[in-house]
Structure formats: C-alpha cells, structure tokens
Design a protein around this ligand. Structure first.
Ligand SMILES: Nc1nc2c(ncn2[C@@H]2O[C@H](COP(=O)(O)OP(=O)(O)O)[C@@H](O)[C@H]2O)c(=O)[nH]1
Ligand SMILES: [Mg+2]
Length: 303
C-alpha cells in the first residue's frame, strides 16, 4: 500500500488530504485511486432537518454510541454559512466534545444550502477509503428541502423537534417524503409527545423515534433502528445502487462546477448595452454563449 493510503489512517494527515480534495476533487481522487475501495465499505447516513433541531448534537451522540460498539465513525457537517466568518464552522466543530479517538469530524462549507457541494461528495470517497464504517453527513434542511441528500445517503434521518411553528408547513411540503427514519428530538421537553404524535400520523409506515440528543435518551434504540433499516436496504441491493448514484452525482457536479466557472468568465465579456436592448436579443446571446461554452469545455482540461 502506498504512503498516501496509509496516511488516511491518521486523523491529521486525513484532514490534510481532505483539504486538497476540497479544492481539486476529481484530480486528487485519481491520485488516490489505489486506496479507493471497490466494494461499499461505509454506511452513509444523511441527517437533515430545520436549523436548531439538534442535528449536530445528535451526530455527537451517535458518534459516541456507534464508537462504543467498536465502529469507526466519521462525520461531515455541511455548513451554508460564510467561510470567511468561520463562526458557524467552528461552532459545529465545537459541539462535538471529546471525540472518541477512532472518530473523525469535519465541517464542509456549502455556498448553496439547497445542494450538497462537490467537495463533500468527494470527501465521502476519501473517508470510505480511510476505512470508516459509518459516515454521518449533516445537511441543513431549512427553507427548501434539500433533496440531494437522497442521492448520496444510504439512509436519511429527518430530525424534528417540538415547537417548529411555520416549519411544519415545510415538513408537510417535502420532508415527509425524504426520510427513512424520523427523529423527534428534545424529548426532555414535555411538548415532544405532541410532535411525536403529529409526525406518527403523517408517516404511518416509517419508524419514528423520540430521543434527546442532549441528554442521550433513546440513542441506543435509534442505533438499533438504523441498523435494522440498513439491513433491509442491503437485502434489497439498494446500497449498491446508491453507490452508483453517488458516483454519478460526483461526475455530474464536477461538470456543472466546471461549466459554471467558464460561463461566469464568459459572461463578464457580454456588453452591458446588449442587455439593455429588446429581450429577443437574449436568445442570440444564449446561442452564442452555448457555442463558446462548448468550445471551452472541449479545449479545456478534463477536470
Ligand atoms: N432541550 C434540549 N435541547 C437540545 C437537545 N438537543 C440539542 N439541543 C439544543 O438545541 C440547540 C441546537 O442544537 P444543534 O445540534 O446545533 O442543532 P442543528 O442546528 O440542527 O445542528 C443547541 O442549543 C442544543 O444544545 C435536546 O435533546 N434537548
Ligand atoms: Mg448543526
């Protein structure tokens, strides 16, 4: 095994590799190709839900519980806040105190809260190569439901809590379709029972688990439900299919990112007075940009 592959076993070295992967995803993955695994090794659990419901706290609890079972656990916290302020990034990291020695956690900045960034998907491949049994990935689910979590996760946990107010509309609008397991957090609050009943009535055929991430109540029960649901997915061959879907997403996002970059550069060259003319001129402009974009893609580097 090459030095690079062995280094993935060291948390500090792994962080450095991930930093490089985040800036130049596919290229670095190709350099890592001998470490990447052919068979699915990691169970990827997506954890989504509105801001403040306790997703990060739940991840901290799950890391502890799964680690005590002897599993190697990694967590990726996708964070839509600005990378320049750094506040939330650090905040997310700090909420996981006393990380077990075998576990790993990292924040990934996302410019768009509706999509999972390419750098996070590429990081999943590296974490799988590093031998993690479980990779927990937190994505924000506020406002718009982030359905890209479905494309990359073997299992999706939707986290809710009492007193969601207006967000109940969001839940009705889409969150109730994307989850494999529903988690009602903050069970220490009396009103949690009401929320639990409500969620139960909305998702009749899916498991609903009431927990307290902060006080670590019912985490063991949740872990058992996760294992049962993963077992079902495995027996139906769904995890293998999900892995294919994940790799498609990786290829797709690489191209989308590249096209965006080129397009933004090309648009700088568009004369402003052209944009002030009648809108039928825009069709010509789009046609022209399309040709230029295609040429740039053909001439440019592969990734
Ligand atoms: N009462 C109570 N508060 C909790 C529980 N879990 C998390 N919280 C609190 O809820 C707030 C938001 O938690 P966080 O994990 O950052 O939520 P996220 O935005 O969904 O990641 C924090 O102040 C947590 O301490 C719980 O089980 N009970
Ligand atoms: Mg969080």
């Amino acid at each position: 095994m090459s030095k690079m592959c062995i280094e993935l076993g060291d948390r500090v070295a792994l962080s450095k590799v991930l930093t490089v992967v985040e800036t130049s995803s596919l290229e670095v993955l190709s350099r890592l190709s001998e470490c990447l695994v052919r068979e699915a090794r990691s169970v990827i659990v997506g954890i989504t839900g509105p801001q403040g419901v306790g997703k990060s706290s739940l991840i901290a609890s799950l890391i502890k519980e799964l680690s005590s079972d002897g599993f190697k656990v990694a967590a990726l916290l996708v964070d839509p806040s600005s990378p320049t302020t750094g506040g939330a990034v650090l905040g997310n990291r700090l909420r996981i105190p006393e990380l077990p020695s075998e576990a790993f956690a990292r924040s990934v900045w996302a410019e768009d809260e509706r999509a999972i960034p390419l750098r996070a998907i590429a990081s999943l491949e590296v974490l799988e190569a590093a031998g993690y049994d479980y990779i927990l990935i937190e994505t924000p689910g506020a406002g718009q439901v982030n359905t890209s979590i479905l494309r990359i996760s073997d299992l999706v946990l939707v986290v809710l809590m009492p007193f969601l107010g207006d967000e109940v509309q969001v839940i009705k609008a889409g969150l109730m379709e994307i989850g494999d397991i529903y988690v009602v957090n903050k069970a220490d609050v009396p009103e949690a029972d009401l929320m639990y009943g409500y969620v139960r009535s909305l998702v009749r055929d899916k498991p609903v688990v009431k927990i307290s991430a902060l006080y670590r109540k019912n985490i063991r029960e949740l872990v058992e439900v996760i294992k049962t649901e993963i077992g079902k997915k495995d027996s139906e061959g769904r995890r293998a299919l999900k892995r294919i879907e994940r790799r498609k997403y990786l290829v797709e996002e690489t191209l989308v990112e590249q096209m965006h970059r080129i397009l933004r550069r090309e648009l700088v060259g568009v004369r402003e007075e052209e944009l002030l003319k009648k809108p039928d001129r825009l069709i010509e402009m789009v046609r022209d940009l399309k040709t230029r974009l295609a040429n740039k893609i053909v001439e440019g580097p592969v990734v």
